[in-house]
Structures are given as C-alpha cells and as structure tokens.
Design a binder for this molecule. Structure first.
Ligand code: 0X9
Ligand code: ZN
Ligand code: ZN
Length: 304
C-alpha cells in the first residue's frame, strides 16, 4: 500500500506511477526510459500541460540505492504538482510553461537489493569481470573527467567507475534520453542524500564553470527558500570545493552536454540518521526541498 509519508518498495512505486498517470491525463504520462541490468523497467514521468516548444527540467531520484529519501521526494513532487495545478498560481504557471521529466528510481536493481538484502547498498547490481564484487557507482559512470579523480577503478570499491563511461544500462539510458532531448532540457536536478548541500559543476575539477556566478546566485536563493521553512541549514557551491572532487558525475556531464542549470541536491540529514532517515522526516524534508526546486524551476522558466 502506497504512502507519501513512508518509504515505498519498487513494486509499490511502479504501481503508484502507473496509477497517478492514469488519474491525470493531460498533465502526467509515463514511459519507459530503459531497462536495468537485471531486466527491470526504469520508468519516467512527464509532467506538464501540453504545449509547443516547451522548456523542460529533468529531475532524477534513486541514483544511489540506499538514499531512500530521494525516491520519496520524486513521488512527493509529482503529488504536489498534480494537486496544485489549477489551484495554486505558482505551480500552475510553472506547469503551463515548463515540462518536468521525473525519474523516481534510476538504480532500480540497487533499490530492490536495499529492500531485500543490504539496506546500505549504493551501486548498481551488474557483475564485474574477474571479480566477485558486484556493481558500479552510477555517479562515477558518466563521461565527465571519467575515473580521473575521486573515483576508483577497483570493482570492489563503493566508487567504482565501471569499465567505461555509460557502461551501465541505467546510466546509458539516462544519457541517451538527455542527448535526444537536449534542445528542450534546460535544467537537470539530481537528488541524492545525505549532507544538506546544493552543489553545481564542477566536481571533476576545481576550474570554475562558465556560468559559476549565476549558478551560485540561484543556489543561494534556492537554499534561502529551503531554510525559510524549518530552518534546515544547507551549504552550497561548486562540488569540488563544497563536498569533494569526484569525476564521472551526471551533474558535470549534463552541464558539459549543454544543460546550464545543473544541480545536485544532498537532502537531509547531516549524519545523525544518514541514509536511514526516519519516515517522520519524509514530509518536512520533501516540503522544504520542494521550495528550493520550485525556486530553481522558476528561474529557468524566466531566464532559460
Ligand atoms: O559522491 C556522490 O556521488 C554524491 N554524494 S553521495 O553521498 N550521495 O554519494 C555527490 C555528487 C556531487 N557531484 C559530482 N561528484 N559530480
Ligand atoms: Zn548519492
Ligand atoms: Zn505540500
């Protein structure tokens, strides 16, 4: 049984996405982005009032399997959008002029594994040649300084970069979709946990992104909105200096591919519960994050 204030398993999330799309034709539709290593469908929701030449914002959740608060956020965002359309003016005008692509769980195999076997699993579940260790870090598997820094070439490590950029079917499916829709996608938001940070490129180098000043100003505004709700403190800045240097991330790849507004969220908390964030914190975490995401989306709507 699905609940927005509980962690839902993959079958429940997939049933939810089918249902909510069926209940909201004209605002929400579901397609299959790709198929995971173990053969599971990876579903993608498209949210927005249909129109011509719309700009789009892509939001993904569930990159790292154990970051359970992130699929919860993607579900929350869709719920708030469909409940707000035609009721609340800010969300209504955003959905009139922007499309959102919402990917509730990218790393579906890893997510299932955290429910069945190991709650703290991070990587995908693809086997590695000449190793008994399983999985690649999907956020080290993109073609952005791939495997040069903050990533491991050893299959047993948590930050294993894989055999090549996009070696994983999950990351390849995501990259293919963004490449195909690059003309419309103006924003890329990838949702992770934990540490309460809002990061933007670059993380594979200390060099400043061409749009560093604007990305920083938008991050400052988004964090200020987020903090205004429950006083949750966030830090923000370029990834390399704010969290650590780590190459092969989807945020840097999306930016270098042409998506200017590219951000990584690291949701609650700062380590007390870490990945095992209690369900009582789902609602406040999602509500505050929603304010930051709406702030960024509004900036994109008005400036991209
Ligand atoms: O290391 C990561 O992939 C992210 N942190 S997490 O604890 N969720 O694993 C941060 C990603 C920041 N961006 C890049 N390194 N490109
Ligand atoms: Zn993560
Ligand atoms: Zn709400």
């Amino acid at each position: 049984i699905h609940s927005y204030e509980k962690y839902n398993d993959l079958d429940t999330i997939n049933a939810w996405s089918a249902n909510i799309a069926a209940q909201n034709p004209g605002l929400l539709s579901r397609s299959q982005l790709g198929t995971s290593y173990q053969g599971r469908p990876i579903y993608l929701l498209k949210l927005g009032k249909s129109g011509v030449n719309k700009k789009a914002v892509f939001i993904d959740c569930g990159f790292h399997a154990r970051e359970w608060i992130t699929p919860a956020f993607c579900q929350w965002f869709v719920k708030e959008a469909v409940n707000s359309y035609g009721v609340e003016s800010e969300f209504t005008s955003m959905l009139d002029s922007l499309d959102f692509y919402i990917l509730p769980v990218l790393n579906v195999d890893g997510y299932v594994y955290t429910w069945t076997t190991n709650r703290m699993w991070r990587k995908t579940r693809s086997p590695n040649a000449n190793s008994s260790c399983v999985g690649t870090d999907p956020n080290r598997n993109f073609n952005a300084g791939w495997c040069t820094v903050g990533a491991s070439s050893r299959a047993c490590d948590e930050t294993y970069c894989g055999t090549a950029p996009e070696s994983e079917p999950e990351t390849k499916a995501l990259a293919n979709f963004i490449r195909k829709n690059i003309a419309s996608i103006k924003g890329y938001l990838t949702i992770h946990s934990y540490s309460q940070m809002l990061l933007f490129p670059y993380s594979y180098t200390y060099s400043l992104a061409k749009d560093h000043n604007e990305l920083n100003t938008v991050a400052q505004g988004a964090v200020s909105r987020l903090t205004s709700l429950y006083n949750t403190k966030y830090t923000y800045g370029a990834g390399g200096t704010t969290i650590y240097l780590a190459a092969g991330g989807s945020d840097d790849w999306a930016y270098d591919t042409g998506v200017k507004y590219s951000y990584t969220f690291e949701l609650r908390d700062t380590g007390r519960y870490g990945f095992a964030l209690p369900e009582t914190q789902i609602k406040p975490t999602c509500e505050e994050t929603l304010l930051a995401v709406k702030y960024i989306a509004n900036h994109i709507k008005n400036n991209a």
